[in-house]
Design a protein. Sequence first.
Length: 233
Amino acid sequence: MKQVSIIGLDLAKQIFQIHGADAEGAVIFSRKLRRAEVLRFFEKTPRCRVAMEACGGSHYWAREISALGHDVCLIPPVYVKPFVKRGKTDAADAEAISEAASRKTMRFVPVKTAEQQANAMMLKTRALLVGQRTQAINALRASVRARRGRQRRDGKGRDPDRDRARRSRCAPAEGSSLRIDGAREPDRSIGASDRQARTGNRRRGEAGQGTASADDDTRRRRDHSCCGESFRS
């Protein structure tokens, strides 16, 4: 019987597939192993190269099989795929792994220790939590903007209801005799007038004043016509 040179190991949950070949690439054996039989099989097998596809569980098996004296190499799955023949079966995958490992120019993945895997898991978990936090913040911000009717930064999609509400806040409430001093000079008095209007509305709400007179209504329309768009924005 020829000496086994390369063994391709296709990992699974319970049933593993192995493919053994000699230095010339001739097939020596191809069989299935249960999970509990994997380490016992490699204990009895002479030292050789054992190839697997790189994945999360492959690092564990690489550490265990390396402890038995074998030369373990992990291959990225993207480099194994070109060697898979027609048909997606475990036997075909194990054969493709063995064939890929025999290439002299093949690139391998370094085996990680348990500590390295734990650190990587911590970093990935943190990245996941940061992404979820960002999603929650964005969803909350979108909900708040939708309820307030905030317009987009580019000026499109103006909300008429919000504009009317803003104008109503700037104008004196109905039933007020408040005068907006300096409304004819909007560049200097818009801010002060708005604060006065807000204060007057709050005081009138507390006092419960009645309806406005015709002179007050005429004065309010005249003053707002002087303020223009800059007063409403």
